[in-house]
Design a protein around this ligand. Structure first.
Ligand code: ADP
Ligand code: MG
Length: 455
């Protein structure tokens, strides 16, 4: 019976995809990526097909209009388009094929498989937009999530359904850290969106970061930098939609998006192309409206349901934390992990700047003793940083300040505690125990310090 239903759904989908020939229009202008068409009846967000030649049609989306002219943005590169080319509107086709058959697969922004493993065995088609959950019926964040990274587990504890940002300049270790979390996090399903980054990284991520074991419980959506902006936008939405699908089935999902900045940039490209005026640093206002729309879809479902815990990487250009996208992301996320270039240059990985990072859900989800230890670590760390120059030149006199004395004594141990090898997982409980050992007032010169340093 369910097979019959699914076939029927597929048939309906095919039928819907058929162009409605009666209201075709034609292309009158093409500037950069934007196409202008007249004579066609379509609403913003609708999809159309553009006839490039007798055999070739390219899909495009309506992104705006002015009078009776409609602006379209193609999903794929267009070559050889002629003036007067025909445009056929399609009915709502932004459906996404979902089902257990998605696990282990790699898709592009339109949901088509790109791994050469044949068509996706889909159970149902759902709309790309997803259902908005009333914030009042969402389950609050109340359970911790073990991400396997010691510095995060102990100092920036993440809760199920929390949405975190990973802020850093380029080459500081965002992708590597995401890869580690993919392998170590205790999530049932991982949905990874590789949006607008280098194409080479897609293969690397699948082969090295995920590996065959990780891939079995993951879905990867890849839309590298050379995809059209619309495709990159769709890929980010598809990533979120697939995560929502698994959450609605009661699963605990880990959603990783690399990167949110590229998503914002894709929206910027589209908005500027259809004539929206730029506001902050070339970003038009619609970008800042789209960001929360995407991010708010992650999080917990209704009480007793599944969860989507999300990590979004945010590129801070020139290590500028005031970048408008970074600023906006920081305001809408439930916490941020900041990676520091200076730590990375010292070979301190993961290069997490614990002073600048925060997990907003942590106070509600950890034991009071754990919270106290986290605060103590931050205090000691910042004490050391304030006096670092004096200490380095030997101008600090021991005994002037007990906290600074303690910081000097503990610093090597704490630095070792905050570092971690690419292939070492540190579970939550162990991370908290190590934190307690690192902060213990009278360290045993042998056993305790050795455990932490080795880990
Ligand atoms: N945990 C780590 N251990 C060792 N080297 C690392 C680690 N994280 C990052 N690196 C180094 O930094 C480089 C850039 O990391 P990557 O994650 O690609 O940066 P980003 O995604 O921020 O641009 C890597 O190729 C690697 O050499
Ligand atoms: Mg990267």
């Amino acid at each position: 019976m369910s097979r019959l239903l699914s076939s029927l759904q597929r048939y309906q989908q095919l039928k819907l995809r058929k162009p409605r020939l009666r209201v075709e229009g034609r292309i009158t202008r093409m500037i950069g990526l934007t196409l202008e068409a007249v004579g066609i009846q379509a609403a913003v967000g609708d999809c159309c097909q553009i006839a490039i030649s007798v055999t070739q049609r390219v899909e495009a989306e309506v992104v705006g209009f002015s009078g009776d002219r409609i602006y379209l943005m193609p999903l794929h590169p267009i070559e050889g388009l002629q003036p007067g080319a025909k445009v056929y509107p399609l009915m709502d086709i932004s459906g996404v094929a979902v089902g257990p058959g998605l696990l282990g697969r790699v898709l592009n922004g339109t949901g088509q498989p790109i791994d050469g493993l044949g068509p996706i065995d889909a159970e149902q088609h759902v709309s790309l937009a997803g259902e908005i959950i009333n914030p009042l019926i969402r389950d609050p964040i109340k359970q911790t999530l073990d991400v396997g990274i010691r510095a995060i587990n102990s100092v920036l504890t993440v809760g199920r359904g929390q949405r975190m940002g990973l802020f850093a300049g380029s080459g500081v270790g965002k992708s590597v850290l995401l890869g580690m979390m993919t392998r170590f996090t205790e999530a049932e399903i991982t949905v990874v969106g590789l949006i607008g980054e280098r194409g080479r990284e897609v293969k690397e991520f699948i082969e090295h970061s995920l590996g065959p074991e990780g891939m079995k419980r993951s879905v990867v959506i890849a839309s590298p930098a050379d995809d059209s902006p619309l495709m990159r936008l769709r890929a980010a939405q598809l990533t979120t939609r697939i995560a929502e699908y698994y959450r609605d089935q009661g699963r605990n999902v880990l959603l990783l998006m690399d990167s949110l900045t590229r998503y914002a940039q894709a929206q910027r490209e589209i908005a500027l192309a259809v004539g929206e005026p730029p506001a902050t640093k070339g970003y038009p206002p619609s970008v800042f409206a789209k960001l929360p729309k995407l991010v708010e879809r992650a999080g917990n479902g209704k009480a007793g349901g599944g969860s989507v815990t999300a990590f979004y990487t945010v590129l801070t250009e020139g290590d500028d934390q005031q970048d408008p996208v970074a600023d906006s992301a920081r305001a809408i996320l439930d916490g941020h992990v900041v990676l520091s270039r200076s730590l990375a240059e010292q070979g301190h990985y993961p290069a997490i700047d614990i002073e600048a990072s925060i997990s907003r859900a942590m106070p509600q989800i950890v034991e009071p003793e754990h919270l106290q230890m986290m605060l103590r670590l931050k205090q000691i760390y910042s004490k050391y940083r304030q006096n670092e120059d004096l200490i380095a030149v030997g101008a600090y006199v021991r005994g002037s300040d007990p906290d600074t004395d303690f910081a000097i004594e503990k610093m090597p141990l704490l630095k070792a505690f905050l570092q971690q090898g690419i292939n070492d997982a540190h579970p939550l409980r162990e991370s908290v125990q190590h934190l307690a050992m690192a902060l213990a007032p009278t360290p045993q010169p042998g056993a305790n310090s050795a455990t932490v340093a080795q880990g």
